[in-house]
Design a protein around this ligand. Structure first.
Ligand SMILES: [Zn+2]
Length: 367
């Protein structure tokens, strides 16, 4: 009855359509009770099940549950302390996945796959972080295996910038683009490099680690142990620290708000960050030759304040603009870029394991 009311179709038509979908294996039906009356609950069939995306950042975790068309059904964001540890964070993630699945009235076995985005390079061979110093408390942890053992759901992991590139390429600003660079500017800076439609991981998954590109030979020593990395110059913590003397302690949200409101100090550190990131993007683009650069991460919420200095740095390199200007655009998926990429990662593996989802079956195709 509810389907008839929502769609405006007659109950008989709804019944016929549901029967066709049931025959094609697209939906399942269950007897239930609604408002004291017997009713039939129509749900998507298990084979068209759910996808889970998990984006672990240095300061929190975002979990989404989506259907196989990437429509987000449930989402939760949990702040975490800096230097949170793998064991406690993955415990929380597992519990939240169970809770969100229950909220949807679904079962864990309806999840086709879980994708995890991690704020560090992941060795594709081992699934373990390949630069341990950049994410303390996560050394030697097979992140995907921990969750897949606990929840008995196939789980896959990749770096957050790589998944930002995948998310934007499938569902955001990079749809239809086969060669692109996604740059996340947040607590650290990282790039996802897509070449001919595939994420380029490099040896031990360290491709795109532009946050560890040298920008200041006399600069501070970075977490990775090298001196003068981009992260040590423009990482958000560094920007906040540099405003301490004039603004006192600021959160990232406050810094972004102040910059957006035209506060000169905040605006200046964001612009300077853009100029430094822009030089590294220009160098990276000169090497991999993308047709599009997408800028995401929290600091990209400042819009053109961050993007214009990047555009200026890239425009100065004639080789990058030989066939027309190289577009530098903001992330369309914004805070969801990496988690949507994690969904795409899970979906790709699920499709590879089960074959492509199709709305046709042996009993005939849907009209
Ligand atoms: Zn470094």
């Amino acid at each position: 009855m509810e389907l008839a009311e929502t769609t405006g179709l007659s109950p008989a038509t709804v019944s016929t359509i549901v029967k066709q979908l049931l025959a094609a294996g697209v939906v399942d039906t269950r007897n239930t009770v609604r408002s004291g009356r017997r009713a039939q609950l129509v749900t998507l069939a298990h084979q068209y099940g759910l996808l889970v995306g998990v984006h672990v950042s240095l300061r929190g975790v975002r979990i989404v549950i989506a259907d196989s068309n990437f429509t987000v059904l449930e989402e939760r964001v949990l702040p975490l302390p800096f230097d949170h540890r793998a064991d406690t964070t993955l415990d929380r993630v597992a519990l939240m996945i169970v809770e969100l699945t229950e909220t949807l009235g679904a079962e864990l076995d309806e999840i086709l796959g879980i994708g995890i985005s991690a704020p560090a390079p992941i060795d594709p061979e081992t699934g373990i972080i390949s630069l341990p110093a950049v994410l303390r408390g996560w050394e030697d942890v097979p992140i995907a295996d921990v969750l897949s053992r606990r929840l008995r759901v196939a789980t896959f992991v990749d770096n957050d910038a790589n998944l930002g590139a995948l998310g934007e390429a499938r569902l955001g600003a990079g749809r239809g683009v086969r060669d692109l660079l996604f740059v996340g500017v947040s607590y650290t800076v990282g790039a996802g490099i897509m070449i001919d439609g595939e994420i380029h991981h490099g040896v031990h998954g360290t491709a795109g680690e532009i946050g560890h590109a040298l920008v200041d030979p006399l600069g501070a020593v970075c977490r990775c142990g090298s001196r003068g990395c981009l992260n040590a110059v423009v990482g958000v913590q560094h920007l906040i620290d540099s405003l301490q003397v004039s603004h006192g302690p600021l959160s990232l949200t406050e810094l972004i708000r102040l910059a957006q409101e035209g506060d000169p100090g905040s605006g200046q550190v964001v612009e300077d960050a853009g100029a430094a990131v822009g030089i590294v993007i220009a160098n990276t683009a000169a090497t991999v030759s993308p047709s599009l650069v997408i800028v995401g991460g929290e600091l990209a919420q400042t819009g053109d304040l961050l993007l214009e200095p990047i555009r200026t740095a890239v425009a100065r390199r004639t080789v990058l603009n030989a066939a027309g200007p190289l577009p530098i655009v903001p992330s369309q998926l914004a805070a969801r870029a990496s988690v949507m990429g994690a969904l795409a990662l899970a979906s790709d593996h699920a499709v590879a394991a089960r074959g492509p989802l199709s709305l046709t079956s042996n009993t005939g195709s849907l009209q």
